[in-house]
Structure formats: structure tokens, C-alpha cells
Ligand binder design. Structure first.
Ligand code: WT7
Length: 652
């Protein structure tokens, strides 16, 4: 955290939804003095209910909390119909920019019609309320429509990021017991066509997912695809005869809107289950307050709909507010690393939300190739910048502030998680004085705190475990199919009923500002993507032909935040030189196939065995030092075979 303070400029304070620190404090006070009354007021103000709720919070089965239990609503109605009914149907909802720069504008009326058509097509195929639908689609209007259409009929969507492998997709389809997959022939990214449909085919092969009845395929590139008659159907054919109106399914507030799989410290990815009412409330509320979204804004969140950021800040939050947003198919470096700046200029983006990894790689690009430096673009439309997914280092923050924001745009460094549904600790742009590297203060109503292992508060200036002391509307409801794992992961008995985020944090002694110090479990954050070390280890050892044993740790990386380092013992003599390089490549490809390219280890180190204590425990702390390239100062006297430290010194 830096010691500089940036107070919001008058232009950001004036007219903001939360204007000035006094307004922020008043909201916090309201939440403190009447917690359920506060959330009830906002749920009534921000959402349209078919049947108003009378109960706010039911904590009788804690930690399985229920919010707005007897209320009924529909998320898609809230995101689409109500704006059209209010005479705002001609407003642009989505400005879609394809990989090749082609732009399509979709109004609220059009988005509603498309959503209704697909919702009807899904219903016609027997998809009912509560059924799970897997969405494995590129960034597209159709991807947003797919999510909205599921929400409309009360089907629970589970979006799988298009970078995940067939094996990962299969695991998720099986775990969710999905009845239908929505996909595309291919995705266009960076001038290349990448397969989607063939990966679905592989995932579903050999009747491995018997719950799947149908696969609907959006034709994006026109590339060649395999076809299973009776199972596969083109999206445009499925939509052809469908009416453009569709009565929404009015679901109870607790009805699961979606599952989203994310990595934990142990075992396979967990299906984080979110509600409809509480989730949508926080999606709308945080979009309104954290981004100060107004009718005049052009909002752009660069995340993929495969991650929670894309759910909350593309598909649900901005649309619930009737906003106008950019949806981008491509990548930040194509046709060159000026793409983001060029798009901000072209679409007059006013609010821009991206990840520190992207910023750091674009800094590097601008430093080596001046033409893609943001100073060559007109970014004067920008008024608010956002950061998400990992800590933003003060140097990247300063660059973002100065070169992208022209020194005038507040940066909201938003801390949250797949499990929290929306922002938890974040500045509000018209109120909070900013300190680079700090996510500042809790969102009004979020009881974030730092405690020790026994759940007792630690004083400011002393690091500890980040918890949330009270349930909040958009919190995870359960892990799909595994309520015990939900309890164990997030509500360990020693923490007195507090939600355990899994991050360490520290509050500044004077200001009370929060800084996230990183995960306290075996979860890595690589380019803002969450990866379990155990997951990567299992993927490596599943290469039974080659691998005898593997251990995975993270090390700091200038661009990606953390990098994956694998320590591997082979079933053959330890390789060196070119042979080691070739095997390292083979193992990376293997991991890409098992999980996805994002899980490829950056460094692979081979040893005759792994450093273990005499009692047989892998010395992970020592591995972390080795991974960082530090000289090992730790006591290695308990090490079974000290000679291997030298072998592990070489990374491939
Ligand atoms: C983990 C959650 C939140 C949407 C994208 C990631 C880290 C997230 C920040 C931030 C420092 C952050 C935490 C958290 N994280 N935002 N602003 N500052 N760390 O969601 O995949 O569920 O990952 O990302 O470690 O626990 P996710």
C-alpha cells in the first residue's frame, strides 16, 4: 500500500449516487442500526417484485441463510422487460464489438425479444424450472441472451469459461447434472478460430454425461463441426419459429439463478450456488454505487461471462439498471496492445473495469512499443476506472490513474469473490479517498473484519484472517450437491459463525483501510484466475505414464501476479537439458488438456524426489523459496535428501 492519498475530485463527488464520505457513513450507520431494514429498503427500491417479500432474513438454519424468502421475482424481467415497459426499449443495452472490430448494437427491446425466443426454445425442449443448463459460449450477444433466457424460465445456468478443457467441462456437466448445453461452433479470438463444439463433443463422448439431452450450437465462425443427430441443433434453427414474447417464470427469491464452478484448496472445483433475489439486488446495487452508473454512461467490463465478474457486471448488474454497456469478444492485444484504448475512444466509454494483469501487460507493451501507449488515444470520455481479481500494485495503479484516467478518474479497487456475488470491500468513486494498493473500506452493509484463528478481532495494523461477520443478500447459498463442504469451507466452527473469505488482510492503523495480503489457503491467483494447487497436482499425477509425484506452489510474477511452479518426480531417471525441456512441454500440454491452458505451469522443476521431512511431509515452504529463486536459508536438517535442492534449482 502506498502512502499517497487521492481525494475524489469535485466532479466525481457532485451528483454521485453516493456523494461524499458523509453519505457513505450515513449508509453504513443505517445498515448498522437496522440491518434487515436497510437491505429490505434497497431490495424494494432496486428490484421489481411480482410478489413482495414480507420476510427479510431467515437465519434459522445458519449458515444456510435465506433472504427475501417469500418474495417472487424474475431476474430477466428485472433486466429487460421493466425497462421496455418504462418506455426505454429503444435504449442501447449492448454494444457488441467482435474480434475483427465489427460492431453490433442491441436495444433493450431487441435483447428482450431474443431472450424470449431462446427461452421459448428451451421450454419447447423440455427445459423446466430448476433444470441446469451449461453454457460454453464465446463472449457474444448470444452468450448474454443464453444466461438471460435460462433466468427467464427459472433454469439454473452454469457457465463454463471457453478456455476450459473437455475434461473440465465434463466434470462440471456431470456435477451439475445438466440437461442441455449451449455452445458455439468456434470462438474468434485474436484473429484465430478456437474450437468449442468439438470440445463439447469430446466432453460428452462415450455417454459420459447421460443427463444431457440436447446441444444447441450458435454458428459464430462457420467452421467445420461434428454433429450428433438427434442431440445437436443449430441455434438459429431452434429460434426460427419461436415467438418474441415469453411469460417469465416467477421464482421465489431463493431460487438458484446460477452455479459457477470455482477452485478450492482441496479436491475438485466446487459449484458455487447463487440465489435470484439477493444476488440480483447486490449486482444492481454495487453497479449503481461502486461504478456510479447513470443513464449517460457507457460501461465496459472486460471480463468474460465465464467468470463471476462477467455474470455480475455484464449480464446482470448493468442490465438490471437499464445501462448501456460494451461487450467485447476479443483480446486486449489484437490487432495490437492498443485495442482497449482504441475501443474506449471509439465507444466513448465512461466507466472501464478491468484486471491488474491486463493493465500490467499493457504497461509493458506501451513501454516497448510507443504507438500502443494510451497517450495516443482520446480517453477523455472516461470518468471512473475499476480494478478486480487480484491486488493492484501501487505502480500499476499510478500508471492506470495517470495514463488511462488522465489523473482525473477515481479507481475503484474492488475486492470480492465468486462466493460473494458482488463487491465486498471497495471505494465508492464519489466518496472514498483513494490509497493505491488498498481496496479501502467495506461496501455499506458488508460487515467485513479481520480476526485471528479463534475469531477474535485483531487491532488495526496487525494482519489476520478476512471474515464477514453478518450474512449478506448475495452470498453463496451452498456448494451444489455438497452442503457439508460449504459449511466446512466457509463456516469453520472456530470462527464463531463468520464467513471465511480465504484471504489474509490488514487494516491501516490510522485510516482503517483494508489491504488484501493474499490467499491463506492453497489457492493461487494467476492473472486473476483462481487455481487450486491440488487440482494442478492431481492433473500432473494423472499422467501416470510419466509422473510419479508432483507438488505445485505459487511464486510472485511481475505480470500475472502469481505464477504456477510444479515440482515433478518422474517414473524415469531425472531428465536434464533438451530432454527435460521436451518433457516439460509434454507435461504443460497434459495439464492444458486436463484443466485448460490457464493452468499450465510456468516453471517445471525435476527432482529425484521431493523435499520431505523425515516423517514424509512435503516441505512446501521450502518449495516456495526454491520457486522464487531464493537461496534457501531454512533449516534443511530434517530433509530426507538434501542433495535434491540443487537439482530443483533448474526450472524448465
Ligand atoms: C479471489 C477471488 C472477484 C471477481 C474475480 C475473482 C482475489 C479479488 C481482489 C482485489 C486483492 C482480490 C482474492 C479473492 N481478489 N479481487 N481487488 N484485491 N485480491 O473472483 O476467482 O472468486 O477469486 O481473488 O484472493 O479471494 P475469484
Amino acid at each position: 500500500m502506498s502512502d499517497k492519498i487521492y481525494t475524489p475530485p469535485a466532479s466525481a463527488v457532485e451528483g454521485a449516487h453516493v456523494s461524499g464520505m458523509a453519505a457513505y457513513e450515513a449508509l453504513c450507520k443505517e445498515a448498522e442500526s437496522d440491518y434487515t431494514g436497510y437491505w429490505a429498503r434497497l431490495a424494494r427500491e432496486l428490484l421489481t417484485w411480482k410478489q413482495p417479500f414480507t420476510q427479510v432474513l431467515n437465519d434459522s438454519q445458519a449458515p444456510f441463510f435465506k433472504w427475501f424468502e417469500d418474495g417472487r421475482l424474475n431476474a430477466s424481467y428485472n433486466c429487460l422487460d421493466r425497462h421496455v415497459e418504462a418506455g426505454r426499449g429503444d435504449r442501447v443495452a449492448l454494444i457488441f464489438e467482435a474480434d475483427d472490430g465489427n460492431v453490433t448494437r442491441v436495444t433493450y427491446s431487441e435483447l428482450l425479444a431474443k431472450t424470449c425466443q431462446l427461452a421459448n426454445a428451451l421450454r419447447a425442449r423440455g427445459v423446466n424450472k430448476g433444470d441446469r443448463v451449461v453454457i460454453y459460449m464465446p463472449m457474444s450477444v448470444e452468450g448474454v441472451v443464453a444466461m438471460q433466457a435460462c433466468a427467464r424460465i427459472g433454469a439454473t445456468h452454469s457457465v463454463v469459461f471457453g478456455g476450459f478443457s473437455a475434461q473440465s467441462l465434463r466434470d462440471r456437466v456431470q456435477d451439475a447434472g445438466a440437461v442441455l448445453v449451449l455452445t458455439a461452433d468456434e470462438q474468434a479470438r485474436g484473429g484465430k478460430s478456437l474450437p468449442l463444439k468439438s470440445i463439447v463433443d469430446e466432453a460428452l463422448a462415450d455417454n459420459s454425461c447421460p443427463t444431457i439431452r440436447q446441444v444447441i450450437v450458435y454458428r459464430r465462425t462457420g467452421g467445420k463441426v461434428g454433429w450428433v443427430d438427434g442431440r445437436d441443433q443449430w441455434l438459429h434453427e431452434a429460434l426460427a419459429d419461436q415467438p418474441t414474447t415469453c411469460e417469465p417464470e416467477w421464482v421465489e427469491a431463493e431460487h438458484p439463478l446460477f452455479l459457477l464452478y470455482t477452485s478450492g484448496s482441496t479436491g475438485k472445483p466446487k459449484g458455487v450456488q447463487h440465489s435470484t433475489g439477493g444476488y440480483l439486488l447486490h449486482a444492481a446495487l454495487t453497479t449503481k454505487w461502486t461504478f456510479d452508473l447513470k443513464d449517460s454512461d457507457i460501461f465496459w467490463c472486460t471480463a468474460d461471462i465465464g467468470w463471476v465478474t462477467g455474470h455480475t457486471y455484464i449480464t446482470y448488474g448493468p442490465l438490471a439498471l437499464g445501462g448501456t454497456e460494451v461487450v467485447f469478444e476479443g483480446i486486449p492485444t489484437y490487432p495490437d496492445a492498443g485495442r482497449f484504448w482504441q475501443m474506449i475512444q471509439k465507444h466513448k466509454v465512461t466507466i472501464f473495469y478491468t484486471a491488474p494483469t491486463a493493465i500490467r501487460s499493457l504497461i509493458k507493451a506501451a513501454e516497448t512499443h510507443d504507438a500502443v501507449h494510451p497517450k495516443h488515444y482520446d480517453l477523455s470520455s472516461l470518468r471512473i476506472l475499476g480494478s478486480v481479481g487480484e491486488p493492484i500494485n501501487p505502480a500499476a495503479w499510478e500508471w492506470y490513474h495517470q495514463h488511462v484516467g488522465g489523473g482525473r478518474c477515481p479507481i475503484v479497487d474492488t475486492f470480492w469473490q465468486t462466493e460473494t456475488g458482488g463487491h465486498m470491500i471497495t471505494p465508492l468513486p464519489g466518496a472514498t479517498p483513494l490509497v493505491p494498493g488498498s481496496c479501502t473500506l467495506p461496501f455499506p452493509g458488508i460487515a467485513a473484519a479481520i480476526v485471528d484463528e479463534t475469531g477474535h478481532d485483531v487491532p488495526n495494523g496487525q494482519g489476520g484472517i478476512l471474515v464477514v461477520k453478518k450474512p449478506w443478500p448475495s452470498m453463496i447459498r451452498t456448494i451444489y450437491g455438497d452442503p457439508e463442504r460449504f459449511k466446512k469451507s466457509y463456516y469453520p466452527p472456530e470462527l464463531k459463525g463468520y464467513y471465511l473469505a480465504g484471504d489474509g488482510a490488514i487494516r491501516d492503523e490510522k485510516t482503517g483501510y483494508f489491504t488484501i495480503t493474499g490467499r491463506i489457503d492453497d489457492v493461487l491467483n494467476v492473472s486473476g484466475h483462481r487455481m487450486g494447487t491440488m487440482e494442478i497436482e492431481s492433473a500432473l499425477v494423472s499422467c501416470t505414464e510419466l509422473v510419479a509425484e508432483a507438488a505445485v506452489v505459487g511464486r510472485p510474477d511481475d505480470t500475472t501476479g502469481e505464477a504456477i511452479c510444479a515440482f515433478v518426480v518422474l517414473k524415469r531417471p531425472r531428465p536434464t537439458g533438451d530432454e527435460a525441456k521436451a518433457i516439460a512441454k509434454q507435461l504443460r500440454d497434459w495439464v492444458a488438456k486436463e484443466i485448460g491452458p490457464i493452468a499450465k505451469p510456468k516453471d517445471i522443476r525435476f527432482g529425484d524426489n521431493l523435499p520431505k521431512t523425515r516423517s514424509g511431509k512435503i516441505m512446501r515452504r521450502l518449495l516456495r523459496s526454491v520457486a522464487k529463486g531464493e537461496t534457501v536459508t531454512q533449516d534443511t536438517s530434517t530433509l530426507e535428501n538434501p542433495a535434491i535442492l540443487e537439482q530443483l534449482g533448474q526450472a524448465y
